[in-house]
Ligand binder design. Sequence first.
Ligand SMILES: [Mg+2]
Length: 424
Amino acid sequence: MEDHTPTYVTASNLLTDISQLEPFDVVGFDADHTLVKYNVVALSKMIDDCHLKTIVKDCDGYPHNISDMFDEELSHFPFNGATFDMNTSLLVKISEDKRVMVAYKGFTKLNENEIENIYGKDRIFHKEYDVWNYRSLDKGYIGFHTYFDTSSVTLCAKLMELKLQGAINKTNEEIINDIITCVTSCYANYNEERCYRIADFGYFFPEVVRNTDKYIQKREDFRDILKQLKELDKKLFIATNSHAEYTDLIMTRSIGEDWKSFFDFIASNCGKPAFFDKIEDTQKFYRCDYNSPTLKGKKCEVDDLEDTHIYLEGNCKDLENYFKKLVGKEEINVAFFGDHFITDAALSDLHENWKGITIMEELNHEQMKQEEESQLLNYQKYWGSFFGGEINKVWYKNAWVKFAEGHSSFVLPLMKDLGRLLIK
Ligand SMILES: [Mg+2]
């Protein structure tokens, strides 16, 4: 059968053969959107709803009927890597050479002339823009990345619409700060003093607890992948920013009740990027202890770490030293899979003997032969391809695709593709 996949829907460093994983003694995974496959359409609609309820509750000056003011279909608006330019009030898609490819004022798309009138003939977004610093409020822009964060793109567009209509009276800085407050209120179920049970915290967690099956796929094939990796003598671990109780909920749904038995180490609330980049001033691992208000139990040195506990916080060097002991080697090679291009793939890839592997779900989504389980948003109708776009008939690659090619060792569309490689 003819393959209709456009040639630009690719990454130059695709993981194509399981032999590429041969050098690795240890294979690690992020949880959300990596070992845990969400139904992104249902998730996006639900997060939109949570955001609107939260912003009305926690921030001043927003209309109480905000939830009724917009079409549900706008849940498809989020684009991975979209950036809000606080100076121009526009949401933009940026090319590898910093050009504005697509721009929105609220939900109104700008035409080519309008973009050139604002950014000049060459359409350069910001000379200093780079993906590493995609959230640079001091420079006047903030990007949104991964399918939790990109729901803020819809929220941002809705708030800009309200501002244009005169329904709210806020500066762009105030709006962005309110969005940050709202997102923190939705997901940060812990502080220095205590960790809140997810069933009682905010709107997002209780809804996932109530309707786990609606938002998260049960994946027998992921169990098989983990089993096969173990048969290949790989040691396995999880390093997720999700806190312990939520990790247990989502992994139980995805892998099964016995999910912990597949792993030689589990780090939750591990605080990436610090987990990978604050190595000099390291955060130590703590044993998860549900009798402690913060869930933080014993603080552990490498010699204290065991596969029988779940840990919080920690850092990748202690993790590496733990695995050196477990494997019985002075040097080990580690591969780490994750959907965050920076805090999972690029930062792990910077360490000697570590290879970061980017999960790029858009690769699967934009292939013509859609797999049944592809559940990504229909973002293309607003933003075009994730992989790039044309400006005056010249093709430009998306900055984020270029980044994943340059700063991670491999790119993989979805975890299930690893299963396919293992069978080959
Ligand atoms: Mg993730």
